[in-house]
Ligand binder design. Structure first.
Ligand SMILES: *[C@@H]1O[C@H](CO)[C@@H](O)[C@H](O)[C@H]1NC(C)=O
Length: 251
């Protein structure tokens, strides 16, 4: 069965809008499926009846009835709430929501693109802690993403600042999260990214030995200096020995 057929087979509610362009009245009825969990356990079905910009009445499946927001809405809500058949139909729409959302969700998830993730050490701009890491996720789709930090497997709740999802302008997004911290030896710091492109959270561990160009430059410079001193000393000894030998040999 095609996607279209399935959706038509399970209609939620017609979205209706009546406009009178001459004097600009606008009446609308909207049905919404609201959820935030991937198993849809918190699914809520909402219906709003609005006139111009005011919501007259709203049905919320958790509440199980209409609640009026305007004088007219209160009367209308009372009238609808007495209509058992309508109320049952609305209640059943929570399951219809789950059914439809699953289809829509999967069609979005099919197009999900895995972010590429990097962690790097960044210079502080006067925070309370001496060190700062930045976890960046690049080129992901869709926009919705969650970036968090772990210190030795435990979730970090403070000293984290995150940017919004930034649109690259080519359907892809990027996001950056900074962790301010006081380094502890032997501790493992990880960046956790939750995104539709991965069934499991993507965990990236911070490797302090990598990506420290400052420290590397010092190490390379110090080795060069030591090597230079050794060669110079060897040369000096060789020269001294040679010139001393020359003096010993008479003409
Ligand atoms: C629906 O009603 C419940 C219970 O009052 C409330 O917690 C929830 O926020 C409402 N949902 C929406 C999307 O308004």
């Amino acid at each position: 069965m095609s996607l279209l057929k399935l959706l038509i087979f399970h209609p939620i509610l017609m979205l209706s809008a009546f406009t009178s362009t001459a004097d600009g009245y606008y009446q609308s009825t909207a049905g919404k499926c609201v959820y935030s969990t991937s198993d849809y356990s918190d699914m809520v079905f909402l219906v709003s009846y609005s006139f111009n910009k005011a919501v007259d009445l709203q049905y919320n499946s958790t509440v199980g009835k209409f609640v009026g927001g305007t004088e007219f809405g209160v009367k209308q809500a009372e009238y609808f709430n007495k209509n058992q058949a309508y109320m049952q139909q609305l209640k059943a729409n929570v399951d219809t929501c789950r059914h439809n959302v699953q289809i829509w969700d999967s069609s979005v998830r099919d197009k999900a693109v895995l972010p590429s993730i990097t962690i790097k050490s960044v210079k502080q701009t006067g925070g309370r802690n001496p060190a700062m890491l930045m976890c960046s996720a690049y080129n992901f789709y869709p926009k919705k993403i969650k970036v968090s930090w772990l210190r030795d497997g435990k979730k970090v709740s403070s000293d984290v600042t995150s940017t919004m999802e930034l649109a690259d302008g080519d359907w892809f997004y990027q996001i950056h999260s900074e962790l301010e911290y006081t380094p502890k030896s032997g501790e493992q710091i990880s960046c956790v990214v939750e995104h539709a492109s991965s069934p499991k959270p993507i965990i990236t561990h911070w490797d302090p030995s990598l990506l420290e160009p400052g420290r590397n430059k010092i190490a390379i410079g110090a080795s060069g200096l030591v090597l230079g001193i050794i060669i110079a000393a060897a040369g000096l000894i060789y020269y001294k020995k040679k010139s001393a030998g020359r003096i010993l040999v008479p003409n």
